[in-house]
Design a protein around this ligand. Structure first.
Ligand SMILES: NC(=O)C1=CN([C@@H]2O[C@H](COP(=O)(O)OP(=O)(O)OC[C@H]3O[C@@H](n4cnc5c(N)ncnc54)[C@H](O)[C@@H]3O)[C@@H](O)[C@H]2O)C=CC1
Ligand SMILES: O=C(CO)COP(=O)(O)O
Length: 320
């Protein structure tokens, strides 16, 4: 099965570089000048500086050419996924679609696989998620990800096809768990960044990561996901990476909040919209998610970091 990656951001480019080790791969950019610059310079300096595009990788802005592949990886920001699917529906229809984004859609509360199923119900859908920085994948550093697909046979085929020499995929049929793990860890990363940025210490971060994980489990189980998925690469694994590394944009947004600094709004930070989407879902489902709620209050500047910490600390004492 041939593969194309739609979306020439950091992650799409890194995945295409890695997949080029398996054979020809097409990388689609919406902007013709960007595609041409990548094809000519064999670099994507705008989004993934310093990484060489290998010879089997073809960059194009021709959506028909990109969608001639059987498997299409969708590496666009979560809040843009629906419009990309709708805009290119005719080309995408009937293809196997693998979402590579992390988040929950703001106005529907849906994850990426559910959005694909809503817009293109006849197309098989899967999700590629887990702990990985684009820069690491592009450098060929060892990485392990989760391939989530409701259909077990298709999941196995995609696992084979999308694993590369340095990218090891595990598979699951629990798409809801994988969606929620990848989405919620970004919210927790914003919280952890804020704590570190404000100088509240590593112990506070460990507390947030652990209680954040409890929130992730609470929502995942209430949505029918498996606890083991949350304990795997797409949940715990990505939580550990994103809450502890300056390479994470979500964590860096949190650092800025904690330091009282502004953050470049053009940078893709999935956890911001997702925090609002999840807080709303939690309200509807009557789930307690105090850290997620606090992150929305910090993002909307309804609380300062010291007010937020004080409120979390003085919640009623409870069993772990
Ligand atoms: N950067 C990373 O290390 C990783 C990113 N991801 C996920 O990958 C997804 C994409 O993130 P990045 O590539 O890092 O973001 P990015 O900000 O580097 O790139 C986003 C890309 O999407 C494209 N795009 C936006 N709207 C579009 C539209 N309507 N039509 C076509 N293309 C459109 C932009 O042109 C840009 O090339 C996010 O959900 C992120 O959570 C997952 C794992 C690692
Ligand atoms: O998802 C990621 C790591 O697994 C990338 O994190 P950021 O989107 O916060 O940069």
């Amino acid at each position: 099965m041939s593969v194309s990656v739609l979306g020439s951001g950091a992650f799409g480019t890194a995945l295409a570089i890695s997949l080029a080790g398996n054979g020809p791969v097409t990388l689609w950019a919406r902007d013709a000048d960007h595609a041409k610059a990548m094809q000519d310079s064999r670099r994507n300096e705008a989004r993934l500086p310093g990484a060489d595009l290998p010879e089997p990788l073809t960059a194009t802005a021709d959506i028909a050419q990109a969608c001639s592949s059987e498997v299409l990886l969708l590496a666009v920001p979560m809040q843009k996924l629906r419009s990309v699917l709708q805009q290119h529906k005719a080309h995408l229809s009937g293809k196997t679609l693998v979402a590579c984004c992390k988040g929950i859609e703001l106005h529907t509360g849906l994850g990426p696989v559910s959005v694909i199923q809503e817009v293109l119900s006849e197309s098989p859908a899967a999700l590629l998620t887990g702990p990985s920085f684009a820069a690491d994948i592009a450098r060929g550093l060892p990485t392990a990800l989760t391939l989530a697909c409701g259909g077990a046979d298709l999941g196995k085929a995609l696992q084979q096809q999308l694993s590369t020499a340095n990218l090891r995929l595990y598979r699951t049929t629990d798409t809801i768990g994988a969606e929620l793990g990848g989405a919620l860890k970004n919210v927790m990363a914003i919280a952890c960044g804020a704590v570190i940025g404000a100088g509240l210490g590593d112990s506070a971060r460990a507390a947030l990561m652990t209680r954040g994980y409890a929130e992730m489990q609470r929502m995942a189980l209430a949505c029918g996901a498996k606890a083991e998925t949350m304990a795997g690469l797409s949940g715990f694994g990505d939580l550990a990476l994103t809450c502890t590394s300056d390479l994470s944009r979500n964590y860096r947004l949190g650092l800025s909040i904690g330091r009282g600094k502004t953050f470049d709004s053009s940078i893709t930070v999935e956890g911001a919209a997702t925090a609002h989407a999840v807080a709303e879902q939690a309200r509807k489902m009557q789930l307690e998610m105090p850290i997620t709620q606090t992150v929305t209050n910090l993002l909307d500047q309804r609380l300062t970091i010291s007010e937020a910490a004080a409120l979390l600390l003085k919640r009623p004492l409870k069993e772990e």
